[in-house]
Design a protein around this ligand. Structure first.
Ligand SMILES: O=P(O)(O)OC[C@H]1O[C@H](OP(=O)(O)OP(=O)(O)O)[C@H](O)[C@@H]1O
Ligand SMILES: O=c1cc[nH]c(=O)[nH]1
Ligand SMILES: [Mg+2]
Length: 209
């Protein structure tokens, strides 16, 4: 069974409260999403492998650590996942970025695919799939299957707000993928929106409603 990591650092909780407020406009919503993603990125990358290399300081030769292995990959699920990319990439500027186009059909609630482009050699990279909202879990389940079908083996899923229903579904479908979230909310409403949640993350990020 995968683990659920609720990253409840005070700075993240503070920013998430402002993100949730209905009067928060597009500009501030974008900035807060970016800042929270960067703060979460710090925790998400905590277990990256290190390798020791030889360097020379002004004083002496010494052994010191750098990140080992191939560059990690951040994979936003379009659209809303795009809002989390820059924050994480600011911590790992050489990271690769793959894209998955998926939206949730408002009637059937099923994920609909429209785009997929991944960097090479996913199997030997750490893959971080990002989407602010984990509601029913249908989109995340399909997104994770996409990256697995492209070879990814070492995967994390990162969201801002999760519903218990989505967490349960994702853990069942992908027991090998740990979930990182800033909050696990109460429930889904009749339209499968997260309660209390923050509304439609994509629309709020891009000003489309
Ligand atoms: O867990 P689920 O029930 O599948 O719902 C979550 C999905 O819904 C939202 O995307 P949306 O379909 O609104 O697309 P968008 O990012 O283009 O707005 C959100 O960003 C997730 O991708
Ligand atoms: O609460 C929700 C559920 C799905 N998608 C969103 O953007 N918000
Ligand atoms: Mg949306």
């Amino acid at each position: 069974m995968s683990e659920v990591h609720t990253i409840d650092h005070p700075l993240i909780q503070h920013k998430l409260t402002h993100l949730r407020k209905k009067e928060t406009g597009t500009k501030e919503f974008r900035e807060l999403t970016d800042e929270i993603a960067a703060l979460m990125g710090y925790e998400i990358t905590r277990d990256l492998d290190l390798q020791s290399i030889e360097i020379e300081t002004p004083i002496t030769k010494t052994e010191s650590n750098v990140i080992a292995g191939k560059k990690m990959v951040v994979v936003p699920i379009l659209r809303a996942g795009l809002g989390m990319v820059d924050g994480i990439v600011s911590l790992a500027p050489a990271a690769k970025v793959g894209h998955i186009g998926l939206y949730r059909d408002p009637d059937t609630l099923e994920p609909v695919e429209y785009y997929c482009k991944m960097p090479p050699e996913l199997g030997s990279r750490e893959v971080i799939v990002v989407d602010p909202m984990l509601a029913t879990g249908g989109t995340a389940e399909a997104g994770l299957q996409f990256v697995k079908d492209k070879g990814a083996q070492n995967i994390k899923f990162v969201c801002l707000v999760a519903a218990p229903e989505g967490v349960e579904r994702l853990q069942e479908a992908h027991p090998d993928v740990d979930i990182y979230t800033a909050a696990v909310d109460e429930k889904l409403n009749d339209h499968a929106y997260i309660v209390p949640g923050l509304g439609d993350a994509g629309d709020r990020l891009f000003g489309t409603k």
